[in-house]
Design a protein around this ligand. Structure first.
Ligand code: ADP
Ligand code: MG
Length: 341
């Protein structure tokens, strides 16, 4: 299903994943405002906000269609297979790709990307699948897999596998790299889950809520697959593909200020990387020649993994509760925009 259309912008596949209603939301008397009727179509219902929830009136509804819409019963494996499996295949062919989870804080981004030990998410399933595929092909040539896991927080880049000082971005012949970033050589899936869980614990937390990951932190896992083989005339063929899996910062703040221009936001307390990503995606969607990668750390780091011949996948995460209606509506509008070509 992933196609490339050179010259007229890149095709971005856009998926929506609805998470189950949380206990807290149920206890607060939530009603479900999202309905997924088949594998594509989604209806968002706005209820009148009256205090007595028994009298909640249905105000209006809106229909959306995406490349796939996952109901709250979708498994991690289904989400992985539909959104990311083809990108893993492409990376083995030497192409780059990226998968983003986008949505408000609490909407299910980290669950989708990282998951839990019992229900591992896209990051872990992608690596597992990668090793399975490599094993199937191991008769020919030599694959080497390296992982890096970093955070962009407040325009500062940190190594999540070796926490310490901020890293400096440098431009070298491979593109823009974070100098000194750990490149972890992975041999199997087993070691990876623990590594990523530990890395996730190293993400920046809000000072007031020490146990919760900051809603402003972006986590980027990059999986680089290098493949070497000698052809018939003994020339060495070297093929490199890179898969970037990104657990984005909460979209609520960026969206709240979306209408203003970037300039007026400079001093304001917003997430520069998230806005810059939006600008790049807008430019790609419109088929523009100039893509403003330089505007943030996130977009610089992803320069070689967005647009061009790269496959880009967006997973928009949403809550079913009418208490999050505003955020859900914003997320769906953004996702709807990203899918337009
Ligand atoms: P975010 O990273 O977007 O802030 P989380 O991934 O941390 O949100 O999800 C918030 C809570 O909802 C977590 O407790 C998480 O385990 C739970 N959750 C999210 N998505 C699902 C899902 N599909 N199935 C079960 N629990 C989920
Ligand atoms: Mg999270």
């Amino acid at each position: 299903a992933i196609s490339e259309r050179p010259g007229i912008g890149s095709r971005i596949l856009v998926f929506v994943r609805l998470r189950p209603m949380a206990k807290k939301e149920k206890e607060a008397g939530s009603r479900c405002c999202v309905r997924i009727v088949n594998r594509r179509d989604l209806y968002l219902t706005e209820f009148a906000t009256e205090n007595d929830y028994l009298r909640l009136k249905r105000l209006r509804g809106r229909h959306f269609a995406f490349d796939a819409s996952f109901p709250d019963s979708a498994t991690q494996q289904e989400v992985y297979s539909t959104t990311t499996a083809e990108l893993v295949e492409a990376v083995l062919q030497g192409r780059n790709g990226s998968v983003f989870c986008y949505g408000a804080t609490g909407a299910g981004k980290t669950y989708t990307m990282l998951g839990t030990v019992e229900n591992p998410g896209v990051m872990v399933l992608a690596i597992k699948d990668l090793f399975t595929k490599i094993r199937q092909r191991s008769c020919d040539g030599n694959h080497v897999v390296h992982l890096s896991y970093l955070e962009v927080y407040n325009e500062t880049v940190r190594d999540l596998l070796a926490p310490g000082r901020p890293l400096v971005l440098r431009e070298d012949k491979q593109g823009i790299v974070a100098a000194g970033l750990t490149q972890y050589r992975a041999y199997s899936t087993d070691e990876v889950m623990a590594l990523l869980q530990q890395g996730n614990l190293n993400r920046t937390t809000e000072p007031t809520r020490v146990n919760e990951t900051s809603s402003r932190s972006h986590a980027i896992l990059q999986v680089v697959v290098e493949y070497k083989i000698k052809d018939a005339s003994m020339n060495i063929i070297n093929r490199v593909g890179k898969l970037s899996l990104i657990d984005l910062a909460g979209s609520e703040r960026a969206l709240a200020t979306d209408q203003r221009t970037l300039r007026s936001l400079e001093g304001a307390n917003i997430n520069r990387s998230l806005l810059a990503l939006s600008s790049c995606i807008n430019a790609l969607v419109e088929g523009k020649k100039h893509i403003p990668y330089r505007n943030s750390k996130l977009t610089q780091l992803l320069k070689d993994s967005l647009g061009g011949a790269c496959n880009t996948v967006m997973i928009a995460n949403i809550s079913p509760s009418n208490l999050s209606f505003g955020e859900t509506q914003n997320t769906l509008h953004w996702a709807d925009r990203a899918k337009e070509i």
